[in-house]
Write a protein that binds this ligand. Structure first.
Ligand code: ZN
Length: 60
């Protein structure tokens, strides 16, 4: 199984699978994973729950 790594051009913001933009030749970057979403209003509760789960999950 191969995962294609998505890159985005710094200059023209075009998505590509290459490390160089096929359009303008500028180096691309990988978009940041959307781990923190400012619009996720339940994120604080989910992180709080996750912390509680992790705290109690050690006993196996
Ligand atoms: Zn480009």
């Amino acid at each position: 199984m191969t995962d294609a790594v998505l890159h985005v051009c710094r200059a023209c913001e075009r998505y590509t699978l290459r490390e160089l933009c096929p359009i303008c030749g500028q180096p691309t970057r990988t978009p940041h994973p959307a781990r923190f979403d400012a619009t996720d209003r339940y994120g604080v509760y989910r992180r709080r729950l996750l912390a509680a789960v992790r705290a109690g999950a050690g006993s196996g």
